[in-house]
Write a protein of this length. Structure first.
Length: 355
């Protein structure tokens, strides 16, 4: 069978991009996208996958999302036996491409549960435009979701959002992690965070934690798509001297940081699922995460990490009490837990959707 995977755009390395590229690699599928950085698959460890671009899109939100949705809605790619649709724009291809499964990372949160937070970040004069756009585009979003033959959620958390916003039932298939790529080397002298530099990831919370811990170090890995409002967010972060922002890194350097870090921090607002804490556990590392969203489905508090309130004092206090022997003792439980989300399980379940 010939399979196509549709994904919004391939520019930065994130969880959604890894899902799409994993499917394309293991199903020998064509990956259909819009804006495409040709060097990105190799940086992410997926060299050799076949990518077809529908062309460039406007970079500035919300025109970026509108343009990508328009391109997918107009796409006509025949000759495939099955279509996987992934992301917030790719599902607009559902009407013209059957049979299909929409693998939903989450209903677009700026239309729904994070709409008011998004509006609050904008200048007052721009809010009425954004309010009107998000309301109207949310209607199109729901209509497009109704055209999907089947919907699969990445977590129970997202499954609930699909039921709430799309009025659709969805089964859950957790995203893939190539656990064999990760290794444990040592309990090092720095903490690690891997995240897109977006407001909903609550990077400022992590900076506040390490302002309280001047003798500890944090290395923060991650980038953002060109043209996103994240540029403005990054400019206002002002990290303390013991926090290093290194941007996006090649896979070899990233896996080395996982292997040598002391532990891992992740603090997103009601995270959809969260692939990076599973990667950290695959490297045998303790995860400190906010007690919400998808983290509650992956982190076993007290065994593979700790689920904490989104409060810098709570994180700082936990870091102070974790000595090397405690962190090292968690290694085996962390690795075993990560294997429950291995990519082989994901591929087997996704393949069963069309065979």
């Amino acid at each position: 069978m010939r399979v196509a995977v549709f994904y919004d755009y391939l520019e930065t390395v994130g969880g959604g991009e890894r899902v799409a590229m994993t499917l394309a690699k293991h199903l020998d599928a064509d990956l259909i996208t819009t804006q495409f950085d040709p060097g990105m698959p190799e940086r992410a460890g997926f060299s050799g996958i076949r990518v077809i671009s529908l062309g460039h899109i406007v970079r500035r939100p919300p025109l970026k999302q509108i343009h990508a949705s328009w391109k997918f809605g107009r796409a006509a790619l025949d000759g495939y036996d099955f279509y996987f649709l992934i992301g917030n724009s790719a599902h607009y291809a559902s009407r013209g491409h059957h049979p299909n499964v929409y693998y939903c990372l989450t209903p677009m949160r700026t239309f729904y549960d994070q709409r008011e937070a998004m509006l609050a970040r904008l200048p007052v004069a721009s809010r009425w435009i954004a309010r009107a756009w998000s309301a109207s585009h949310a209607r199109f979003d729901r209509e497009s979701a109704r055209s999907c033959d089947d919907i699969v959620a990445i977590s129970r958390n997202v499954q609930g959002r699909i039921r709430r916003y799309y009025d659709r039932d969805a089964r859950v298939i957790y995203p893939p992690v190539a656990t064999s790529r990760f290794r444990f080397e040592e309990v090092g002298d720095f903490w690690l965070s891997v995240s897109r530099i977006y407001p909903e990831k609550r990077i400022e919370l992590q900076l506040d934690v390490f302002r309280r811990l001047p003798r500890e170090r944090l290395v923060l890995v991650g980038g953002y798509s060109a043209g996103d409002f994240a540029e403005r967010y990054l400019a206002h972060l002002k990290p303390p001297p013991n926090v290093t922002l290194v941007g996006e890194l090649p896979e070899a350097r990233l896996t080395d940081l996982y292997a040598r870090c002391r532990g891992f921090l992740t603090t997103a607002v009601d995270e959809d699922f969260g692939i990076t804490p599973v990667e950290a556990m695959a490297a045998g590392k303790c995860v400190l995460a906010t007690d919400e969203g998808g983290y509650q489905e992956t982190v076993l508090s007290g065994r593979t990490g700790y689920l904490l309130p989104p409060d810098p004092d709570a994180f700082a206090s936990k870091i102070r009490e974790l000595d090397e022997s405690t962190l090292r003792a968690m290694k085996d439980d962390c690795v075993a837990r990560a294997r429950e989300f291995d990519e082989a399980i994901f591929i087997r379940k996704m393949r069963a959707l069309y065979t």
